[in-house]
Design a protein. Sequence first.
Length: 438
Amino acid sequence: MLALVDGNNFYVSCERVFRPSLEGRPVVVLSNNDGCAIARSNEAKALGIGMADPWFQWRHLEEEAGVVVLSANFVLYGDMSDRFMTLAAGLGPAQEIYSIDECFIDLAGVRGDLVARSHKVRDRIHRWIGIPTCIGIAPTKTLAKLANHVAKDAERKPGSYPAELARVCHLGALDAAARDAILQATPVTDVWGVGRRQGAKLRAGQVHTALDLARANAAAIRAQFGVVMERTVRELQGTSCISLDDAPPPQQQVACTRSFGHTIATLPPLVEAVSEFATRAAEKLRRQGSLAGRVMVFAHTSPHRHGPQWARSTVQPLRRPTDDTTALIHAAQAGMRAIYEAGYDLVKAGVMLLDLQPGTQHQNELDLEPEEDGSSSPARDRSALMAAMDKVNEKYGKGTLHSGSTGGAGKNRVWTMRADRRTPCYTTRWEDMPVVRA
């Protein structure tokens, strides 16, 4: 058996932990640069605010319906996620963290009443860190995702599913008739792995519900939709086709891209921006133990604004694969200088690290290549320096130690994204720690 533990409206729930006055009110968290909705409370969903809806389309609801609109606080959400995952791991012997607010738990060998155990873990999470959760239990990952969906909807949409399945739904404990009734009540587009376009094609073929898909001929589904959809069918039938990964595989590409808070038309702030993006990407690269062979840099104007349009990218090869922040910044700066053209108002830029390979592949090689700055002396091994920087920044906060080419902090960074409504970093910054006065 597998369990999927999912934090309800996670970003909103994190905000409510430190602002209890938000309970019961419509709350929306915006994306980077305060662009669109990426998390909504149930009250906000009831107002018709959809996921990824641009803020300008529904901002009138701030005054008309009292919607509380917040900028994303990913530092807070990441720290709360670490606490959430630590507590969720107590449900079973193995855990796969699927996203910032979801994890799969392997329940193999766990004795006793799994529903009662899940309720206890769920109550502990809510009591200790204030995050409400729902848990779905089933023999396969796809069914566990569906069970979690049932647990959520049974609580927030009374009548959609049996009330006793709210918050914790154990599909594996239901008899065949009850399980089929659940699948019959679930639209096929609510099945994990079925997208909007695939759902339209399935409905055209008279596959309207999860039960219809579970009863479909797997070979015919594979012929029309491919092996991934066939895997979904077999998972709905109870055959496990997607294994539990204790650790996710290394990413094949590492990127850091951002929209700017204001348009940029000059080169210096663009060089600062890609230096910062290369720094962030290098940190991700080292965390997964990889080296990059090439660096791609891009920038573009907004396709939604009037005026001349411009979009350019370039790929800078590295002399040898590296995870050195200095070398990656140097390549990113060279790329930006190569593609830059005056006269355009740019709204976004990014850095992507390509040709990734394991760091162990080159650890014993002697590096006789010259420094990136063009000096004739062999390049120095900065792995100890990079490790020290990572430890300092992890302990004292992102950007505590940084390259001078990323520019000054605060208002001096004209390219920084808008986040006018961001709440304090309550759990990671001493000056933002809440104070309780008797």
